[in-house]
Design a binder for this molecule. Structure first.
Ligand SMILES: NC(=O)c1ccc[n+]([C@@H]2O[C@H](COP(=O)([O-])OP(=O)(O)OC[C@H]3O[C@@H](n4cnc5c(N)ncnc54)[C@H](OP(=O)(O)O)[C@@H]3O)[C@@H](O)[C@H]2O)c1
Length: 321
C-alpha cells in the first residue's frame, strides 16, 4: 500500500504511548494514526498532542492494523472489541493475555517464530513481557544445543503493571501490589493458582513452550516485582541436551537475532542502562557441561510489548523486522 496504513492504538497507557513512539521511530508506513481509550480527551503521547477517541466498534472503520494495549479480561478492550475490528477489515495485534493460548491465534516473537504468522485469521497475540526476552535468548540455544529445562528468576519493573505500578512506586498508591513495593521485592505477580504457580509464572511456562514449539520444555519460573521503574531482568539457568562450552555458547548468543551479548563479566547489562532501547541484553555467562547460566535485561515496554508488536506488523507488511 503505497500511501501507508491506517493504524489504531487502543490504550493510551504505558504501552499505548510506546506503541505510538515505536510506530513513528521505526517508520512504520502510516497514513493515519488513531489513539483510542475508554474516554475521549486530549493526551500528550510521545511528545505530541492526540485527540484520543472512544474505543467503540465504529472507531475501527477503515483501520488496517489495530494494536490493542488496553486492559485484559471479559470487560477488557481486546475481548470486547478485537472481533469488531477484525470484522471491519483490521488485523489485530493484542498485547494482553486473553488470546495467547488460543490455537487459532498465533503467539509471535518475530526473531523466534515469525513463520507462525502464515495463514493467520486476523488476530495475533504478542507474548508476555518476561517471556519475550527469555525466548529470544533460548531460541538460538535450543537450535544449537537443545534445551531440556529452564530455571528462571525474574526481577520485574513496576511499569510492567501499567501506570498503576509506577504510581505505587512513586506515589505510594496502595491498591496495586499485595505489599509495599518501595524498598521491597515481591515474589507474587498476578495471582496464585492451585499448583502454587502465579499467573506470571504460568505464562512463562505455557507461552515459552508454544513459541519455541517445545511442548515438553520444563520451565520453573519465580517471578518477582522489584522497585525499578522500567526494564525487566532475569537470571536464567538452562539445561541443554548436549554438552557445550563457554566459547560455543558465547558465539551463538553473540550472533543471535535481537540479542546484544557481553562476554566481559564486569560489563553486565542493567535495566537502568537499557530502559529505552529495544534490544535483549545478555551478560554474566557461565557454562559447565550441559549447564548454561546467564543474566538478561530488556525494556518491558519496548521489546516486552510495543517493539515486538510493531515488529509483527512489519513482518506482515514486508517491511524490516
Ligand atoms: N506494561 C507492560 O510492561 C506490558 C508488557 C506487555 C504487555 N502488557 C499488556 O498491555 C496492556 C496495556 O498495559 P499498560 O501497561 O499500557 O496499562 P495502563 O498503563 O494501565 O494503560 C491501560 C490503557 O488501556 C485503556 N483501556 C482499558 N480498558 C479499555 C477498554 N475497555 N477499551 C479501551 N481502552 C481501554 C485505558 O484507557 P483510559 O486511559 O481511558 O482509562 C488506558 O489508557 C495490558 O493488557 C498489559 O497486560 C503490558
Amino acid at each position: 500500500m503505497s500511501d501507508g496504513y491506517t493504524v489504531a492504538v487502543v490504550g493510551a497507557g504505558m504501552v499505548g504511548e510506546k506503541l505510538v513512539g515505536e510506530l513513528r521511530r521505526r517508520r512504520f508506513p502510516l497514513r493515519e494514526l488513531r489513539v483510542l481509550a475508554r474516554s475521549a480527551r486530549r493526551a500528550v503521547l510521545d511528545g505530541e498532542t492526540f485527540e484520543v477517541g472512544v474505543a467503540e466498534p465504529e472507531a475501527f472503520e477503515g483501520v488496517d492494523y489495530a494494536f490493542f494495549a488496553g486492559t485484559e479480561g471479559e470487560k477488557g478492550a481486546a475481548v470486547q472489541l478485537a472481533r469488531e475490528a477484525i470484522e471491519r477489515g483490521a488485523v489485530v495485534i493484542d498485547n494482553g493475555s486473553d488470546f495467547r493460548l488460543d490455537p487459532d491465534v498465533p503467539l509471535v516473537v518475530p526473531e523466534v517464530n515469525a513463520g507462525a504468522l502464515e495463514g493467520h485469521h486476523g488476530l495475533i497475540a504478542n507474548a508476555n513481557c518476561s517471556t519475550i526476552q527469555m525466548v529470544v535468548t533460548l531460541a538460538p540455544l535450543a537450535r544449537e544445543f537443545g534445551v531440556e529445562k529452564v530455571v528462571v528468576s525474574t526481577y520485574q519493573a513496576v511499569s510492567g503493571s501499567g501506570r498503576g505500578g509506577v504510581e505505587a512506586l512513586e506515589g505510594g498508591r496502595k491498591d496495586v501490589y499485595p505489599k509495599q513495593i518501595a524498598g521491597n521485592a515481591i515474589p507474587l505477580i498476578g495471582s496464585i493458582g492451585e499448583d502454587g504457580r502465579t499467573t506470571e509464572e504460568r505464562k512463562m511456562l505455557q507461552e515459552s513452550r508454544r513459541i519455541l514449539d517445545l511442548p515438553d520444555l520444563e520451565v520453573h519460573a519465580t517471578t518477582v516485582r522489584i522497585p525499578v521503574h522500567t526494564g525487566h531482568s532475569e537470571s536464567v539457568y538452562v539445561e541443554t541436551t548436549r554438552e557445550t562450552t563457554l566459547d560455543e555458547v558465547a558465539e551463538v548468543l553473540a550472533g543471535a537475532p535481537g540479542v546484544t551479548f557481553s562476554g566481559d563479566a564486569n560489563d553486565f547489562p542493567t535495566p537502568l542502562e537499557h530502559a529505552g532501547d529495544s534490544g535483549v541484553h545478555v551478560g554474566r555467562l557461565r557454562v559447565s557441561g550441559r549447564s548454561v547460566a546467564y543474566w538478561c535485561v530488556s525494556d518491558n515496554l519496548l521489546k516486552g510489548a510495543a517493539t515486538n508488536a510493531v515488529q509483527i506488523a512489519e513482518t506482515l507488511v514486508g517491511a524490516r523486522v
